[in-house]
Design a protein around this ligand. Structure first.
Ligand code: ZN
Length: 97
């Protein structure tokens, strides 16, 4: 019975650390693996020693035909327009580091 309680607490600690890592935007599955294998203390050390990678989203305008990304918005892709194709640009968000 004590073992079940111990395992529940152990797993809870692992999951809490995983959740915190997910919110901190660091490698959360690695925290989970470390927590289970090296005990949640190891996972906690990993969690504390890692700083999140600064990722921010930036709007880009992508052409579906040539696959080119443009920073400025325009109605049609200027490169494809030169070739005689009017390709509307699609607004996408890309991860910037
Ligand atoms: Zn294009």
């Amino acid at each position: 019975m004590d073992l079940i309680i111990f395992l529940s607490v152990y797993l809870m600690a692992c999951l809490v650390l995983t959740f915190l890592s997910y919110r901190k935007k660091i490698n959360w599955w690695l925290t989970l693996i470390i927590s289970i294998l090296v005990t949640p203390l190891g996972g906690f050390i990993y969690y504390q020693s890692n700083n999140p990678i600064k990722v921010y989203k930036e709007a880009r305008y992508k052409c579906r035909r040539c696959g080119f990304y443009f920073t400025e918005e325009s109605t049609f892709c200027p490169y494809c327009e030169q070739d005689g194709h009017k390709i509307p640009l699609k607004k996408v968000y890309v991860d910037m580091t």
